[in-house]
Write a protein that binds this ligand. Structure first.
Ligand SMILES: Nc1ncnc2c1ncn2[C@@H]1O[C@H](COP(=O)(O)OP(=O)(O)O)[C@@H](O)[C@H]1O
Ligand SMILES: [Mg+2]
Length: 258
């Protein structure tokens, strides 16, 4: 679905060059879910922006299913860190924003959005403003906005990191359910080992900046019933932790599982 070939990114800050990502090779397979984990500042957000076509690599190439090197793609939705909601717009207006940019408004937008509001249990709060929502509700509005675009590829940047533990687990379940139901290709950035193992069929581990791929770990138990309580889950968490610790980079990752 998406191929990154020897992708590097260097930010130019006046005279300074900040190398953010180096020699990233990745082959994203349609319908699979990927978790990207690595220490703070290693280039995770930059990697998502590259995949969304919002920025261009300094070297290397990104290809989306047969198309040429990327521009922002119609079939891609991205959920930014901190939800990306506009505080002066209602839940309804925030969720409809992506559609509006694509000139889908009025009844047509309603037809798409109402089933999604039902699915995400947002119907009760359509007239509220983001400040009147809980963290979990805000994240569901961001999800509604993304799903309304019927994306094939959904990119999420630390979507759950601001939430309390229980809300976080509920939303992890929701993301899993949506991923299955809508058969989306999912790429989720997280700094939580547990979340990466719960939601990623493949776990991409980045090194400290400039981010390079340290390992891609296959996680065959992902999505199985009661995985969180399974011995295999805890083994996989340890495996990821060991790889992160090899480079003394575990300090920024969560300590949820031991
Ligand atoms: N626009 C920018 N200009 C210069 N440096 C940047 C810019 N955006 C990010 N960086 C730097 O690039 C590195 C990677 O950033 P980012 O992708 O946000 O990392 P992460 O999401 O893993 O925390 C960081 O060192 C950051 O300071
Ligand atoms: Mg980031």
């Amino acid at each position: 679905m998406l191929t990154l070939n020897k992708v590097s990114l260097t930010y130019k800050n006046g005279k300074n060059a900040v190398p953010a990502l180096e020699d990233i090779n990745l082959n994203i397979v349609k319908g699979k879910s990927y978790a990207v984990i690595g220490p703070s500042g290693c280039g995770k957000t930059s990697l998502l922006y590259l995949m969304a076509g919002l920025i261009q690599p300094t070297a290397g190439e990104i290809r989306l299913a047969g198309k040429g090197p990327g521009k922002p793609q119609q079939k891609t939705a991205i959920i930014l860190q901190e939800y990306g909601l506009l505080p002066w717009k209602t839940v309804w207006e925030n969720a409809a924003l992506g559609l509006k940019f694509r000139n889908v408004v009025g009844e047509e937008a309603q037809k798409i959005l109402y089933p999604i509001f039902e699915e995400l249990e947002l119907t009760e709060c359509l007239r509220r403003y983001p400040s009147q929502l809980s963290g979990g509700q805000k994240q569901r509005v961001a999800l509604a906005r993304a799903l309304a675009l019927r994306p094939e590829l959904l990119l999420m940047d630390e979507p759950l990191s601001a939430l309390d533990a229980l809300t976080r687990e509920n939303l992890q379940e929701l993301i899993l359910k949506l991923w299955r139901k809508h058969q989306i290709t999912l790429i989720l950035v997280t700094h939580s080992i547990e979340e990466a193992v719960y939601l990623g069929q493949e776990i991409v581990i980045l090194s400290p900046r400039p981010g390079k791929i340290r390992a891609v770990v296959t996680n065959p138990g992902m999505g199985s019933k009661g995985y969180r309580h399974n011995q295999l889950f805890h083994q996989k968490c340890s495996e990821i932790r060991s790889i992160l610790e090899e480079n003394g980079q575990s300090e920024h990752t969560s300590q949820v599982c031991s």
